[in-house]
Design a protein around this ligand. Structure first.
Ligand code: FES
Length: 106
């Protein structure tokens, strides 16, 4: 797993990492830490595409990072689409790519 975007275990600011959790993204196992958003966990795992556009299936991913653009929509355990940048990880969650127009905003 790529940890290039995560602070190392020896954070000079004294921050501590949350408990390790595991989720899947499109059935691939991804390591994450409690307190991270789904988007943060996906980026740390080198996943950039979180949804696909309806017409051209073009990849979209983290853009604003604050919940405004909806480019990071994913599905969690078969739910309606949620914003990956605002949704915290939890152990065992099954996250899948969202295709715009399939059960959510179009
Ligand atoms: S990245 Fe814009 S809403 Fe999540």
């Amino acid at each position: 797993m790529a940890d290039s975007l995560r602070v190392g275990d020896e954070d000079p600011r004294g921050l501590t990492r949350g408990a390790r959790v595991e989720l899947t993204f499109d059935e691939v196992s991804i390591e994450a830490y409690a307190g991270e958003s789904i988007a943060a966990a996906l980026l740390a795992a080198d996943v950039r595409a979180m949804r696909r556009t309806r017409r051209h299936e073009a990849p979209r991913g983290l853009f604003c990072g604050i919940g405004a653009c909806h480019d990071c929509l994913v599905r969690v355990d078969g739910s309606a689409p949620v914003r990956a940048c605002l949704t915290p990880v939890r152990d065992g969650m099954a996250v899948t790519t969202h295709v715009l127009g399939e059960g959510g905003p179009s």
